[in-house]
Design a protein around this ligand. Sequence first.
Ligand code: UN1
Length: 514
Amino acid sequence: MNLEQIREETLRSLGMGKLNSGVYHGVWADTHGRESIESFSPIDGKTTAEITVAGDADYSEIIEKAINSFERWRDIPAPRRGMLIREIGEELRKNKQQLGRLVSLEAGKTVTEGEGEIQEMIDVADLAVGLSRQLYGLEIASERPKHRMIEQYVPLGVTAVITSFNFPASVWSWNAFIAAVCGDVVVWKPSSKAALVAVAVMRVAERVVKRLKYPDPFFLAVGEGSSIGDRISKDNRIPLVSFTGSIPVGKKISENVSKRLGKVILELGGNNAAVVSDKAEMKIAVKGVAFGALATAGQRCTSTRRVIVHEKIYSAFTEKLIDVYRRVKRGNPLEPDTVVGPLIDQNAVKSFKAAIEEAKKEGGKLLFGGTEESIDGFPGGHYVMPAIIEATPEMKITEKETFAPILYVFRYRNLEEAIKIHNSVPQGLSSSIFTQDLAEAEEFTSARGSDCGIVNVNTATAGAEIGGAFGGEKETGGGRESGSDAWKNYMRRQTVTINYGEDIPLSQDVRFPV
Ligand code: UN1
């Protein structure tokens, strides 16, 4: 099949056409008379389909319907809310291949990564189903007789989830499936660069909601960040905004939401590093760093952007890494053995090239790659040769997250110095150490070690499982999503005191003689 046939077949198998509504508020808004955006594929730069965007009136309708739906949704017992998510998980299982292929078409991910993204959603669904029977509070001993104090968790209301292009489906589910079992309803504003996947995912969810006759927990508003995103951040009917994206946009959203004292979950940029010790198992370290740096063509928040290598093994390690870079297949991500697909658009290629120029100006030495590439048969695609640059921590460019496959390599002499280099950037999402030495591993994961939200030993900075709370510190924004107790972010905590006695004794021995 050529790409055109794959496009048609993928759309058809998901029940979609060339023009799709990007506005869902219990029904799909009509595509007539609405503006639309195109879904370009980074594989060949061609359009897969069009999606209509939400105008002002649509936005108002979405929020009103969401508020209305919340009043019914929150009354459904949590385990029954979980049953809907279980069925959505089942539907995702059935559509995993087709949805994965659409992720590949729209975001340029390899087949295994596209399907992996849908698997990540299925995993979150499973987690949310279990969670729906475990939304527990606490009981606290009261100082007063015949009093009971409990802490309970109550749904928040209409939450908004703003996602980026690189995980166009799963990041929504990290938030949406958890929020839904918690009793919230969710308005999704996907990236305009990956809105077709959002439409496809919403269609799957909607089918299940309708079949099981539940009130709608999920709503969709495709549109630009500058219009829909901005409105969401300023809308005091939305108590929680979860945003995944760049640091500057995250700061703006946070500012708007904070002005109205709403809550945010921010998952912003990473500048993740791996420390490779002289006590590392070389094979594991090379594969771990290569995966971290090359997966999704370096366009993950968790991508390895810096590698800090012990001087004793510096040459051996870099040589082996360059060898992997030389061997991996680049190009059409739909071919099964491709490892590095395209960047999302030409702007990303521009930023890639600009960062490399900047690095060279600052004294960096290009060890491999760094060029724009063309792939036979896909002249409109956005391909590059991933870059490895020898660098020093003084180089300002190494403090920035460039959303592209650029890996800066640093040298270190002792672990203290490695940790210092590691923690010297403004971001704090994910980190790794490759070592077989227990003391080094413990030091790196101790309070004196990595300052990130995620710290790994002998595994890549990228590729986190959903069971842990996902997120990072410093300019990464401090948010936590997905597993562990991240669910508490989607609920309000309420302290309840119940007096079942015949009197009303006061706390702190206060007397009130009336
Ligand atoms: C992101 O890049 O925004 O840990 C999310 C990983 C994936 C999620 C990345 N499970 O690489």
